[in-house]
Design a protein around this ligand. Sequence first.
Ligand code: ADP
Length: 302
Amino acid sequence: MIAVVGSLNMDLVINADRIPRSGETVMGKSFKQIPGGKGANQADAIAKLGCEVHMIGCVGQDAMGRILKDSLKRDGVNIEGVLEKTDASTGVASIIVDPKGNNVITVAPGANYRLTVEDIDNFSPIITTADLLLLQLETTLETVRESLRIAKSAGKMTILNPAPAAKLDKEILMNTDVLTPNETELELLSEYPTDTLEGIEIAGKKMVDKGVKEVVVTLGHKGCMYINREETKHYPAYKVRAIDTTAAGDSFNAALAASLSKDQTMDAAIAFAMKVGAMTVTKEGAQTSLPLLREVDQFEDW
Ligand code: ADP
């Protein structure tokens, strides 16, 4: 079983002819409410891949919170660890997309930032009975630190997807087994330029020096790079026609966690995660584009 500690957001998406300037109102063409939030996306993807998963997080006591919980439950995620807070609204992301796919996004984290260290302590039985803990950075760093501490004290494997990027302290890094940044996040964390493969390798090694055991850097259509103390390996991406890259990182992390929780080798886990990431970019949306295990089994690249 995998425990995910993270965010649940409702994505409010308006498609418009163009993105408005400051002070301007533009009439939109269509509107969609899509369940999102990195934590919920990753938990949802894990369930769709046929793996048992518990989500720990917070929504508000409102209609959007109920929709998010129902949608995770329907997809097979255990939501006993999702609290309804009375003093905040459910997290939302307001997204405007133009016809070229350019977007502007504002996130109001709301209830996601109301998850407390005490909540994590109360849910520690979920973390200590899991095979693996998966986290992102859309809840407070205190909750990330505490979750990692509980998991490592119980000898569990931990994966931290450091998104959105934030500076991480020694305790967080020392309790992280696998760190999964993209190039931009790695640059911020390592304070080293990541615009070349050589730069990425050096930046990844810096993170190993800072305390993480292994680093898997996701590189979009360029695949990913694995780095530990002894070796570095570049994996080229599957060839697909990319339509919408939303949630590629989320599905990659979910698939990596699903594989590693079943004691697969890192090589096999990365191959599976790249396949799932590639399939996600061939469909639109976040939770709507996450593939089912049987679809992954049928997938062949071009
Ligand atoms: P993030 O969304 O966190 O920036 P990436 O865009 O790097 O994550 O995507 C995660 C993974 O998904 C990549 O490592 C790759 O394996 C796969 N992927 C993403 N974009 C593509 C693409 N255009 N073609 C093939 N695979 C892709």
